[in-house]
Ligand binder design. Structure first.
Ligand code: BYC
Length: 314
């Protein structure tokens, strides 16, 4: 019985028919989606912290407004993604608890510190750039609510990437100190940005199954390669070098070759020992506790409204 349900499910996937919340799905598909979508939602929420640090220090009103809007967008992305995840039969409180207790992962990139103003531009260029590369194919993910959420997320991410690149372009035309700040920032973020795509395909336990289910449309290495190819030209326009002596065009492959990622550093950060992991989680837990009164007020209001409704129906 189960086998034929699974066959029908796979046929739908193979024919690019979306899976919706009430459709039958294998338990492993549901669990994989909960893992990936919640990790993604957590990344958006934790991702507000490195940039939030710089809102009060933005150099002018235009930059402050753009940065505020970007950080707010990320809160919104977290909320759509938590909602998409809840359609799989898990409560948001449980998801948030998994983040706070360290059971759920979030992107490694947000465990690095933002030391200079140039980091606001570099995050937009490289981190949002990598996010777009990874997320545009997710608009064609087989699970309907995730795919639909990603359409809006990607539109907003494109604005984030542009604001970052434009910020860096301004620095690239500035004083020698500004140019130096730009290069130093790119030097720190380049390798962590490449790590965002996850382990090499050979070491990725989930890729093969997620590709068969069309949750992922490209492998980690395919997306990473596209990202490197795209960045080289953009770096030239900015007049910065990318900190990789092995980066060079390979005529035969039609792609840039690049050096080996420091996977020890990657796994160390993923396991909770990066420069900012503890600080990020502590800050999130504190913010959540401080927001308890807002949740209480919202539930009290919702309860009052539903009482009023039931009185008027009666
Ligand atoms: N950091 O078999 P794999 C953003 C984990 S951008 C931490 O390849 P999968 C934003 C992985 O979870 C960032 N952990 O897994 C941008 C798995 O561990 P578990 C968020 C990582 O799922 C700007 C293990 O390593 N984007 O949101 O097939 C501003 C093996 O990996 C990382 C998304 O989440 C990492 N970098 O592929 C604000 C996009 N990489 O779960 C916000 C959606 C891997 O077995 N997610 N791991 O314990 C995806 O596309 C995929 O989940 C990944 C990983 C490509 C990230």
């Amino acid at each position: 019985m189960e086998a034929s349900m699974e066959q029908k499910f796979q046929e739908k996937i193979d024919n690019d028919i979306r899976i919706e919340p009430k459709d039958w799905m294998p338990e492993k598909y549901r669990k994989t989606l909960i893992r990936q979508i919640s990790q993604h939602a957590h990344s958006e929420i934790v991702g507000m912290l490195p940039e939030g640090n710089w809102i009060t220090r933005a150099p002018n009103l235009r930059r402050k407004v753009a940065l505020l809007a970007k950080v707010q967008d990320e809160a919104g992305h977290g909320l759509y993604l938590y909602s998409a995840c809840e359609t799989l039969g898990i409560e948001r409180t449980e998801l948030i608890d998994q983040l706070h207790t360290g059971k759920a992962k979030y992107s490694s990139i947000f465990n690095y510190p933002t030391l200079t103003w140039a980091d606001m531009g570099t995050i937009g260029w490289l981190v949002d750039g990598a996010a777009i590369m990874n997320q545009v194919p997710l608009c064609r993910c087989s699970y309907g609510p995730y795919a639909r959420a990603m359409v809006r997320v990607c539109k907003e991410e494109s604005f984030h990437q542009r604001q970052g690149y434009e910020l860096l372009l301004t620095l690239s035309k500035g004083t020698p100190e500004q140019k130096e700040m730009l290069q130093e920032s790119v030097n720190r973020w380049w390798w962590p940005a490449l790590m965002m795509f996850g382990p090499n395909d050979a070491d990725s336990p989930h890729t093969a199954q997620s590709m068969a289910w069309k949750i992922k449309r490209f492998t980690n290495d395919e997306l990473r390669q596209r990202f490197v190819d795209m960045c080289v030209e953009q770096a030239e326009i900015l007049g910065v070098s990318l900190p990789d002596p092995d980066l060079k065009w390979n005529e035969e492959r039609g792609h840039y070759d690049f050096g080996e990622i420091n996977w020890d550093e990657f796994w160390n950060v993923v396991r909770g020992n990066g420069p900012c992991n503890k600080d990020r989680i502590n800050t999130r837990v504190k913010a959540h506790e401080n927001g308890q009164w807002v949740r209480d007020a919202a539930s009290a209001y919702a309860k009052k409204q539903s009482e009023k409704k039931s009185v008027s129906v009666a």
